[in-house]
Design a protein around this ligand. Structure first.
Ligand code: SF4
Length: 65
């Protein structure tokens, strides 16, 4: 699998700004307020970290494809 897109999906829950995703992968995630996904990043280089961040997000709002 090669990750091409990463996004914040607040259709069910809201990001609680806990910064766990940024701690796991600061190359992709930044949490100035709510989480933002950095643009211009080759997400395929950080697949394990992105999956780890999505799994560890307490409100499950990190999506990728
Ligand atoms: S881990 Fe989830 S809830 Fe926490 S800052 Fe990241 S996206 Fe928001």
């Amino acid at each position: 699998m090669s990750i091409k897109r990463v996004w914040l999906d607040e259709s069910e829950n809201e990001c609680i700004s806990c910064s766990a995703c940024e701690d796991i992968c600061p190359e992709v995630f930044s949490v100035p307020d709510k989480m933002v996904v950095k643009s211009g990043v080759d997400y395929s280089k950080y697949e394990a970290e992105i999956m780890d961040a999505a799994e560890n997000c307490p409100v499950e709002v990190i999506k990728y494809e």
